[in-house]
Design a binder for this molecule. Sequence first.
Ligand code: C2O
Ligand code: CU
Ligand code: CU
Length: 491
Amino acid sequence: MPYINRRQFLTLSTSTAASIFLSRCATAQTPQPQKILTSSLNKHTSTGGLLDVSLDARSTPLSLAGQQAYLLSYNGQIPGPTLEAQPGDSVRLRFTNNLSEPTNIHYHGLHLPPTGNADNIFLNIPPGETFTYEFTIPQDHPAGTFYYHPHRHGLVAEQVFGGLGGIFVIRGELDKIPELRAAKEVFLFLKDFALGADGRVTPPHHMSQMQGREGSLVTVNDQVNPSLSIPTGGLLRLRLLNASSSRFYRLTLEDHPFYLISTDGGALSEPVELTELLLTPGERAEVLVRGERQPGQYRLLNLPYNRGDMGMMGRGGMMGRGGMMGRQRNSNTANTQTLATLTYTGQVEPLPSPEKLIPLEALPEPQTVRRFTLNHGMAPRQGMVFQINSKAFDPQRVDTQVKLDTIEDWEIVNTGVMDHPFHLHTNPFQVIRRNDQPTPYLMWKDTVLVPVGETVRLRVRFRDFTGKSVYHCHILDHEDLGMMGLLEIQK
Ligand code: C2O
Ligand code: CU
Ligand code: CU
């Protein structure tokens, strides 16, 4: 019986038989993995249909990667507590703002009302105040890895970069698949920090803010190069979340392919084999790893990626498509980093991979097609501003009005000099095309990368909830600097 999936697995592996895995000496010596990766992350799970939890945001002294640090955290932890609920559950989250500035919470990727005390990013919770979020996870909500983080416009990058964020798990159909139940599940919350010698977060220079701030301390669940163990024959389910405010992760695991089973909005219909996975801020992915190589240690690497830079601005100001587009993709702007180390320990009866996951249906043809252009502009006295359709965000202005229960195609065009991950709140979407190439397989997303000079077409159905919501670049500095639009969903 276990071999029922063997055939499919073999078919998949032959396709990468000759694939190029990075040679072991491609990177500088990395330190030995320190300790086993913490996988449970202090979880709060719903009981009797209710997830009842108290959360506070505060400034906390804690030890990060063996160094004393002063960061922002939920309940004194980085990442914040993992919240876990099931479709149909109610959530009551008492939130206290113990920061010295206003904040709020966004439930990234969850299908919730964007209004009232649900996923309302227009709320402003002043220092010292408590606010109770209350909502119900829809009965038909897909299982997946979601993300909660602050979303007070103008302060988002600073607060996320300071440490705030956590995982929100919805358990459902995907988790009931026998092969996945047998797999070992590990959450990887990827986040970078910039700490000064005093352990405080280094404030970004103006230029790095334009660029999207990054830090050189790259962590997985607040650890540097932790160890992940896999038994020979075992199956590992890695649940990855890019919780950085700007950093991209171009992931590869030495000698091991990833079997992608889930993206932002939940499961694929069947696993897809990948040798590399790019995860931009806000994106999530779940992959299976098979313990089928020679026992040893294999590094989970973050490969260099060039997401463009402000230095590319032409002499004459704006530079459009086809301007100075000659920059080399994937040229080295950073070194390869080791994120974690996979270590073989022990042996089990070989576990099969699932052959089928959850059936997906393509959304029908849209009623409306819209176009959104991402670019930078100049504003008097402000200098560079980040815009969508030549406008910077204004909470008083509705940019896009749509009707509930309709389907639209949005064409997102990047005419700027940097890559922008485009994110939509409230409803997930399907990526239909990238530069006129149809997407090879169906998946549910809420954040999609639109690289410099490229066009991505996404399809969305506005379901269940009316009210004001937003879409924006998930490089959070760009969002704070105006690359966000206001969407109103009307009855
Ligand atoms: Cu994760 Cu509007 O963001
Ligand atoms: Cu979001
Ligand atoms: Cu951006």
